[in-house]
Structures are given as C-alpha cells and as structure tokens.
Design a protein around this ligand. Structure first.
Ligand code: KIV
Ligand code: ZN
Length: 521
C-alpha cells in the first residue's frame, strides 16, 4: 500500500446502527456488509458484539461470510467485551478487535467515575487481552479532542507498548475544528515516539457539520485511516459521510494527493440500500448521493450543462453510479432474465428465493410497464425484511370516500401463526389501517414518523413507505414497498411492530443474562 493510500474503515453497521430508531436484523446487516465489500471498503466495523445476542450473531455471520475487508468488532476496555468480540470475529479472514476507553476528564469523572490511573490500567489490560486473541488491535481514546493531550499521549503510549496496531483518535462529540484537530494529532506525533510506526486513524462526528473537513485535516496531519459511515449515519448528527470523504479525495486528487480503494460506481447503490434498510432518508440536497446532487434547476445552469457538463459539475454522476444503468424488464421477461438482471446488480438469487422474487416481480410488472434496476433493488431489499418471529399482513380493505371517515379492516398473521382480525375508522386511510393493525394485534403502538417516497419517477412508480413507531418504550422502524401506497404503509407498520417486539424481547433477555452475571453480595 502506497504512503498516500487512505484506509476506509466503515462503521455503518456499528456507529451508524446506533442512530435512534435503526434496528437492522442479521440478514439485513449481512446484505449491507456484502455491499460494503463490493464497494471496496478496507475495514468493516460489523457491530458491538457484547451489546446484544443479535449483535453478536450478526458480527459472527459477517466474519464468516464476507471476504475481502478486515472485520472488526467493538469492545469496551473490559475483559468480557473483548472476549465476546474475539469470539464474534474469530472466523474472519482478517479479524480485528477495536477497544476503547475515554481519556477526557469529563468522561473519566462523570461517566466512568474513575481516575486517570484506572484508565491507564484498563487501556493496558484491554489491549494486552485483545492481542492474546488477534494480531490486529485498534485502540481509541474516546473523547480525545476534549482531553488533555499529554494524558491522551501517555495512554496511547501504553496501548502501543501492549501491541496496538492502529490508534484511532475520536472527536466523539464533534467539537473540534479542522485546525485544532490537526494540531492535536501533530502534538500526539511529537509526544508518542512509536506513533509513526502504526496506522493513525480519525473518527469524526458531525455535530458542527465538520466531520468530513476534520477527517481531511486529520489525513493531512498524517492519519491514514478514516472512520466513516454511508450517508453519514451515526450517533446524534452522525459520522463523517463515507461518500463525501471518498469523493473529496477522488475529485481533488491532483491537489490533495491521496487515494482510496473504493469502487466509486457502487456508491449510489450502497447509499440507497442503507437508506432503505435503516429507514433513514437521504436529504434531497445531500452531497454526492442526494436526489438533487446532480440536478440543475436554473435556466442559466441548464444552458451551461447542455453546452458542456463541466460548466456546473465537478463530478460525473456515472462516477458515483447515479446514472448509466439502463437495465429494464417488463411483464414478458422470464425467470432467467430476472436472475441475470439481479446478478448484474450483485444479488445472487436461486431456488426458493428466486421463486419468491419472480412472483413479486410479476405482480409489479403487471401493474407497472417497466421494471427498472432501482425497482429490482427495492424489491429484493424488501424481501430481506421478513424474518422469523414477525407479524405478516395477510389482507386488508380500506373504504375511502370524501363523504365519511375512512374505515380499514385487516388480517394479520401473528408470530405464533394465528390469523387475527381488526378494524378501525380513522382520520385518514393510513391512520385507519395503522390503528386496525393495532386492534388486530392488541398492541398500543404509537406512530412517530411516517414517510412515503417514489422509488423511481412516473405515475406507476413503486411506493416505498417508512414507519417509525414506539411500543412499550422501544422505538423501531419498518419499511415496505408496493405499487399500492396503502399496502406499502401497512407492510412497513407491521414490520416496525415486529422489530419493536423483537427489540423488547432481546432487551429482556439481555437483562436476564446481566442479572445472572452480576455477583450477589
Ligand atoms: O465516537 C466515538 O468515540 C466512538 C468510539 C467507540 C470510537 O464511536
Ligand atoms: Zn463514534
């Protein structure tokens, strides 16, 4: 690897998954991880294995099935966390344990309620413990940018003595400015003699909108790993956006002189997949992947573009995979055409999965003249969503008129296999069907967010619904795709309900496990 090659460490499935309302199941995480490998990321942080049995299983499945990138599991500086992470990543071709502990006094005093001495001891013990399982160990002094630089340097020195191979310096609360961050890293290079022999990494949050700028400042100060997430998702305002950082290095490579191994044409598709599976929309004017990122509205701009694209575009939409896929199927396309179209999109679908995909495709092709690559992506991703222990929508009727309130009747199959019926007269057709589902399942779920988008343009476009609801203190998201928007909405609602129940179930299991591990006085 050349000196100017920047390692792209993707944390969509870990920091990204910590965004409120996101609850990806193991199949969805695996699908995203496969796509991240196609995108060419160097490291996938697959999750936080001690956080829940579901997280552990997902990290283990990714470690076993996704080849190419390093697979990392996160662990606090506790022996139990490290052991769980080690077990989860054990079968990866190249496993990594990423362990962290805060070095800022704010965190040491108020959160850890500990002391600087204890932090040094924990850093030493955790890196040594992680190294007893794997050769590749990353250490992060959390909240470093608000910490005393001398103390942080001391802790990093300890991590290096114990064999850490990557040192990550997080701007955990997105507080630093680019100049400060670069100066902090340069000071660490001065204070820690061995730092120049390992990979220095940056991990920036976007609370002040500076995550990408800070990451660039870090790289210019010597860092060669950047931690980022697709669509910039993550805690609070999110992490540095992978697509923005990568396209910054790509577009300005002549001036900046850095390169990544990212297959940029996979960017748009990865962004759509993550948005769809997490239920987090991409704002229309989002750099690189927003719907309007390459749209020109003013007459002057349109005129310029028609004469020469470079008048108002610094990147070509095809470079990020936003255009150039003219794959179209219709209602006469057969199973073979569908299979090869899906293969072209990177989905290997065979056997029963192909039969189900073909059935869905035919239903859609009957209602929609042309089925495009974007429709197929939406359809396949939609199929991933149903899993064991879910409610499923069997059928529904909604009576809509502008002379009386809408009335909905639904039949829902419970996770136990029973068909339950419910009906409700609501304020609108969507409200009526959501409450009819509550009545059928006898759940008091509360709708928090609802959105409906068209997958492509045109009157017959597929509708993609996204729901966030709250049930018994758990918030969960669900999505659904159909040419009928009421059906898409109802599908999204039952999936969100299933996810909320699954989360509640896992939280209860984790509480029982924790109680069993807590020694009685
Ligand atoms: O923001 C942060 O500090 C983190 C660490 C776990 C690296 O996410
Ligand atoms: Zn973070």
């Amino acid at each position: 690897m050349g000196p100017d090659r920047v390692i792209i460490f993707d944390t969509t499935l870990r920091d990204g998954e910590q965004s409120p309302g996101i609850s990806l199941n193991a199949t969805e995480k695996l699908e995203i991880a496969h796509q991240l490998a196609r995108l060419g990321v160097d490291v996938i942080e697959a999750g936080f294995p001690i956080a829940s049995p579901g997280d552990f299983e997902a990290v283990r499945a990714i470690a076993r099935e996704v080849h190419g990138p390093v697979i990392a599991g996160l662990a606090r500086a506790h022996a139990a966390d490290i052991e769980r992470a080690a077990e989860a990543v054990r079968d990866a071709d190249r496993p990594r344990i990423h362990t962290f502990i805060s070095t800022s006094d704010i965190h040491i005093e108020h959160q850890l309620q500990s002391s600087r001495e204890d932090v040094k001891g924990s850093a030493r013990a955790s890196v040594a413990h992680a190294r007893s399982f794997v050769d590749d160990v990353e250490f992060s002094p959390m909240d470093a940018t608000r910490a005393d630089v001398e103390f942080t340097a001391e802790v990093i020195g300890i991590a290096l003595e114990e064999g850490a191979t990557t040192i990550n310096v997080p701007d955990t609360v997105g507080y630093a400015t680019p100049d400060e961050y670069a100066a902090f890293l340069r000071r660490l290079y001065d204070l820690v003699p061995g730092l120049g022999n390992v990979v220095l990494s940056v991990h920036c949050h976007d609370d002040l909108g500076l995550a990408v700028a800070n990451s660039l400042a870090g790289v210019r100060a010597g860092a060669r790993q950047v931690e980022c997430a697709i669509n910039g998702i993550g805690e609070r305002a999110g992490n540095a956006s992978l697509e923005e950082f990568v396209m910054l290095l790509h577009t300005r490579s002549a001036q900046l002189g850095f390169a990544t191994g990212i297959a940029t044409r996979e960017i748009a598709r990865t962004s759509r997949m993550v948005s769809r599976l997490t239920g987090y929309p991409v704002q229309p004017n989002k750099a690189i992947v927003g719907r309007n990122a390459f749209a020109h509205e003013s007459g002057i701009h349109q005129d310029g573009i028609l004469k020469d694209r470079t008048t108002y575009e610094i990147m070509d939409a095809t470079t990020v995979g936003l255009e150039g896929n003219d794959l179209v199927l219709g209602k006469h396309s057969g199973r073979h055409a569908l299979k090869s179209a899906l293969q072209e999109l990177g989905f290997e679908v065979d056997g029963q999965a192909l039969n189900t995909a073909f059935k869905r495709f035919k239903e859609i092709a009957d209602r929609k003249k042309q089925v495009t690559a974007m429709d197929l992506e939406a359809l396949v991703t939609d199929e991933l969503r149903d899993q064991l222990r879910s409610y499923t929508l069997e059928w529904f009727d909604v009576d809509v008129s502008n002379r009386r309130p809408p009335h909905a009747r639904v039949a829902v199959r419970t996770p136990e296999g029973e068909e339950v019926l419910g009906d409700f007269t609501g304020d609108g057709p969507v409200d009526a069907i959501f409450r009819a589902i509550n009545a059928a399942t006898r759940r008091e779920a509360r709708l928090r967010e609802f959105r409906i988008d068209a997958v492509t343009g045109g009157q017959d476009a597929l509708g993609e619904a996204s729901v966030v609801l709250e049930l018994g203190g758990q918030s969960a998201a669900g999505q659904g795709v159909s040419t009928d928007i009421i059906e898409a909405a109802a599908q999204a609602y039952v999936r969100a309900l299933s996810n909320a129940e699954r989360k509640a179930h896992m939280a209860a299991e984790a509480a029982v496990e924790e109680a069993a591990l807590t020694p009685t006085p």
